[in-house]
Design a protein around this ligand. Structure first.
Ligand SMILES: [Zn+2]
Length: 129
């Protein structure tokens, strides 16, 4: 199986050693690839670097503490410092769609309600503990 590739933010807190998975872009990638987060899962995290390249790192999914003790336990990726690289990509154009994990309906406008309007699945299904 191909290693899941998940959006994170290389300008976010605790980067690049602890890459958070709390972003809407991360949820979209989980739902598109039909991946549910679990401890020990090997993934690649990426952010867009410029129009033609992403920055990428490999790592292991963890649920727990990050370097700031006041920060709540959360899903993040412990990255391998040696794996940092740039990858050429082709950008998709068009509007941002966030498919439901279960039925594929666009749930982007329904994130605040917590449920897919079509099938009723929890919008955070892929990120539950
Ligand atoms: Zn649905």
């Amino acid at each position: 199986m191909k290693q899941p590739r998940l959006y994170s933010d290389f300008n976010g807190p605790f980067q690049p050693s602890h890459m958070l998975l709390s972003y809407v872009g991360t949820l979209r990638d989980l739902n598109v690839q039909k991946v549910v987060l679990s401890t020990g899962l090997r993934v690649t995290v990426y952010s867009d670097s410029d129009e033609e390249e992403d920055i990428e790192m490999d790592g292991i999914v963890c649920f727990g503490s990050v370097p700031d003790p006041t920060w709540p336990a959360c899903w993040h990726v412990r990255t391998d410092a040696q794996s940092l690289r740039f990858a050429r990509v082709t950008r998709e154009t068009g509007s941002f769609l966030l498919p439901c994990f279960g039925c594929g309906s666009d749930i982007y406008e329904h994130l605040n309600t917590g449920r897919c309007p079509a099938c009723g699945l929890d919008v955070e299904y892929a990120r539950h503990r």
